[in-house]
Ligand binder design. Sequence first.
Ligand SMILES: [Fe+2]
Ligand SMILES: [Fe+2]
Length: 226
Amino acid sequence: MSQTATIQVLGAIAYGEWKAYEAARRRAEETSDPAERKVWRTIAAEELRHHKGFVRRLEATGGEPERAMARYRASLDHFHGLPEEGDPVARAVCDFLGEGIATDLLTWLRQVMDPETAAFIDTVLEDEVGHEGRAIAELRRLIESEPNGRARSAAGARRMLVRMATSSPGSGPSFVAFLQIGNPLGLLSSLSGGYLRRLRAIGIGPLAPIDELNRLVRRQRAPRAA
Ligand SMILES: [Fe+2]
Ligand SMILES: [Fe+2]
């Protein structure tokens, strides 16, 4: 396994955990519900622990954390800086799918990393299972209580796919490093399989066949008529 690719991947994950921390902290500040604030504060503290742990693993692997994370900063800042969904159902489906992607990525990473990093990832996964559980419970509650909840969650899931497909500015993040460090097919099938499995779990999959996704991407990129 290439040390350079390992450092790049750890840099991407460490910065992704930082963005997850920022997002959870913002949610805690925004809510007026004390119980919800407590939940988001706990999640924020866990995401910060993940970030710091991956920074330590980066140093132990011989990487320079700031430099390793800098490579992914522009695209992750761009993705997380996009306007949030106004519809609470769509927002909840994005939370759920986002936590799921993190879980799938870390499950794959655990298999290709050294034993010490793998042991740290196990502790991260314990937290992420809890985050995903909270996210799906909230989404199911909204699907059942909001008018057209299922259709709105399906629309939110589609928009999230389009966001991910169109949000890499400039050169975009180097996903190549992920494919270089081991079991690339395992990574791709885990991400796509996990996405579909989660959509089915909430009763809205399969959706967004590729031609529909292409149409949505083209429409988003098309210049607007004056
Ligand atoms: Fe995390
Ligand atoms: Fe998380």
